[in-house]
Design a protein around this ligand. Structure first.
Ligand code: HEC
Ligand code: HEC
Length: 187
């Protein structure tokens, strides 16, 4: 957590995030993440309605090579921290991705049950909508969700303070899959 607080306290040195400027700066992102942050590419995350701080923080992680994937390290390296803040403000202000309610009702119910048992909402919010630096999971691509949770579990993706890694440690593949189907069904 220490790193995160340092991050917050350096905040003051920066101009307020500008979502309008961010919209322009996000044009290079649209090819993969969609015009309004809803991606049509399987496994590529939706960014729409993600908490601003979560997007910003992940971009820093990519820039510093502490997180790798999807070529994002190279892309983030081209952005200033002000660009990251502006782009994050833009995506945070977009309407949430449409919920994916189709499919297996039983699996959705199972996913909901596990998420409750594991207290996922204590950090990710009551509707898994994310908050502060914690990413939004509702409406997210299930392929993306599964890959990330497996990577967090194995340590292939390091998280900022180890809390997410310990939340993931005991999950089975079946539980991860069910929670992914549940999460994408949420508005
Ligand atoms: C060539 C396709 C591509 C482009 C262009 C691209 N991204 Fe990505 N982005 C991805 C993929 C794929 C991932 C998932 C990476 C992984 O597997 O960890 C990702 C992940 C992310 C994440 C992490 C989301 C999360 O929920 O943790 C953020 C934030 C992000 N991208 C922002 C951006 C921004 C901002 C831009 C433009 C400056 C951009 N991306 C351009 C493909 C792309
Ligand atoms: C103690 C707080 C906490 C708990 C409990 C928690 N998470 Fe997280 N989760 C986080 C944080 C913080 C991140 C961002 C990790 C990072 O990159 O540092 C995250 C990231 C994720 C991601 C990756 C999302 C993305 O956009 O890249 C998924 C998927 C996820 N969590 C699912 C879950 C599930 C499912 C549960 C319940 C089993 C859970 N989390 C419990 C804090 C938590």
């Amino acid at each position: 957590m220490a790193f995160f607080f340092i991050l917050l306290s350096t905040d003051i040195a920066w101009a307020a995030p500008d979502a309008i400027a961010g919209k322009d700066k996000a044009q290079v992102c649209a090819a993969c993440h969609g015009d309004k942050g809803v991606s049509s590419i399987t496994g590529t995350p939706h960014l729409a309605a993600q908490p601003q701080l979560s997007i910003f923080y992940q971009l820093l992680q990519f820039r510093d090579q502490r997180r790798k994937g999807g070529g994002m390290e190279a892309i983030a390296a081209t952005l200033s921290e002000q660009d990251m803040r502006d782009i994050a403000a833009h995506y945070a202000s977009q309407p949430a991705p449409p919920p994916h309610t189709g499919g297996d009702a039983e699996k959705i119910a199972r996913g909901q049950q596990i998420a409750q048992q594991q207290y996922c909402s204590s950090c990710h919010g009551a509707q898994l909508q994310g908050q502060k630096h914690v990413p939004r999971l509702s409406g997210q691509s299930s392929e993306y969700f599964v890959t990330q949770l497996r990577n967090l579990r194995s340590g292939a993706r390091a998280d900022m303070d180890g809390t997410m890694a310990s939340a993931a440690r005991s999950l089975t593949d079946e539980e991860i899959e069910a929670m992914a189907v549940y999460a994408r069904s949420l508005p």
